[in-house]
Design a protein around this ligand. Structure first.
Ligand SMILES: NC(=O)c1ccc[n+]([C@@H]2O[C@H](COP(=O)([O-])OP(=O)(O)OC[C@H]3O[C@@H](n4cnc5c(N)ncnc54)[C@H](O)[C@@H]3O)[C@@H](O)[C@H]2O)c1
Ligand SMILES: [Zn+2]
Length: 346
């Protein structure tokens, strides 16, 4: 075991504080990673607050991890010491179910292991990226291509893949009109990725406050959802809407913005249920779909796509001691567009 410094929430809703945790010895197929940067995802906040249900404490959040390999187990073939690598939301899966075999480890039915707030195959709780080092099986480690700086790469491991996956699944590309609801961590990645895929991109944000940013990120149009005229003007406009909103949303109103047989792909994970009049789906044969992160191979594909298109996250780098303040700012929609912890400050 190796003792490493980390930032943890000691109990539900408690502020995070500096502590130490144990990392396992490097096993046959393990990679030891010196973590350089860790992104702050809104999911970290939902889980620290037990907004999704009972959680495991102390909790070291962080599933947007970028760092450098400092040791490899004897059986490791994919990585070498010095490689620039990332870890996302999963650190293991059953590897045997239909979904694992198809590269959809995020939908593993045999029980996958989340990067934190999970229980590893060794029966020990998992601890995430707000820490100095992590030990991960090589099959759940991603290569970060040259050309993306590690700090701007970290958020790709969750915000990047979570938006890339539904954009690809629903064929965002030339000739397609794609709307992105919510311009936060996930939303700003959705805009960059949909633009790079060749789609015509519209941001649907609560206000026009971030309009200039949205257009610079690659959006072609920008509308305020607080203005009822938006829903009249844009009725029947989009092939695909990706909702990244962290709070309950009036899905019926957004379904009205889809073309016939269009799809609303939701990736937001609000703590409260939403209700929907199903007639919003019937008229126009519309689809409501969900999506959770992406598989390991698809995550590597996304990182390579980002490198090819010069895409990284827009980040605000913070010291670990600023994490509680950053949580408050994320909840107040005051982030442009992802907080990333410099783990050298832990
Ligand atoms: N499906 C997945 O695999 C997955 C992965 C990561 C995060 N998430 C979830 O996605 C959500 C977003 O995560 P994030 O890290 O981007 O959060 P974030 O706080 O950075 O962004 C959320 C955005 O939604 C905006 N918003 C809130 N209410 C709105 C409304 N009514 N209309 C329009 N915009 C509104 C906020 O202003 C903010 O810009 C969270 O619930 C998170 O847990 C899901
Ligand atoms: Zn996340």
């Amino acid at each position: 075991m190796t003792t490493v410094a980390a930032y943890a929430a000691p109990a539900a809703k408690a502020p995070l504080e500096r502590t130490t945790i144990e990392r396992r010895e490097v096993r046959e197929h393990d990679v030891l990673i010196d973590i350089k940067f860790a992104g702050i995802c809104h999911s970290d906040i939902h889980q620290v607050q037990e907004g999704w249900g009972e959680a495991i404490f102390p909790m070291v959040p962080g599933h947007e991890i970028a760092g450098v390999v400092s040791e490899v187990g004897p059986g490791v073939t994919k990585f070498a010491v010095g490689d620039r690598v990332g870890v996302g939301c999963m650190v293991d899966s059953c590897r045997e179910c239909e979904n694992c075999k198809a590269g959809r480890e995020q939908y593993c039915t045999g029980g996958n292991v989340m990067t934190y707030n999970g229980i590893g195959k060794d029966g020990e709780p998992t601890y995430g990226g707000y820490s100095e080092k992590v030990v991960v099986d090589e099959n759940f480690v991603l290569g970060i291509p040259e050309g993306i700086s590690l700090d701007e790469a970290a958020p790709l491991l969750c915000a990047g893949i979570t938006t890339y996956s539904p954009l690809r699944r629903w064929n965002a590309g030339p000739g397609k009109k794609v709307a992105v609801v919510g311009l936060g961590g996930l939303g700003h990645m959705a805009v960059k990725l949909a633009h790079a895929l060749g789609a015509e991109v519209t941001v649907l944000s609560q206000s026009l406050r971030k309009k200039d940013d949205g257009l610079k990120l690659g959006a072609d149009h920008y509308y305020a959802t607080s203005d009822p005229a938006t829903f009249e003007e844009l009725a029947g406009s989009f092939d695909l809407i990706v909702s990244t909103v962290s709070a309950p949303l009036d899905l019926g109103a957004y379904l009205g913005l889809l073309k016939t047989e269009g799809t609303l792909a939701n990736v937001g994970a609000p703590e409260e249920p939403v209700s929907l009049n199903l007639f919003a789906l019937l008229g126009g044969g519309k689809s409501l779909s969900g999506s959770m992160i992406g598989g390991i191979a698809e995550t590597q594909e996304m990182l390579d796509f980002c490198a090819e298109h010069g895409i990284g996250a827009e980040i605000e780098l913070i010291a670990a001691s600023e994490v509680n303040e950053a949580y408050e700012r994320v909840q107040a929609s005051d982030v442009r567009y992802r907080f990333v912890i410099d783990t050298a400050t832990i």
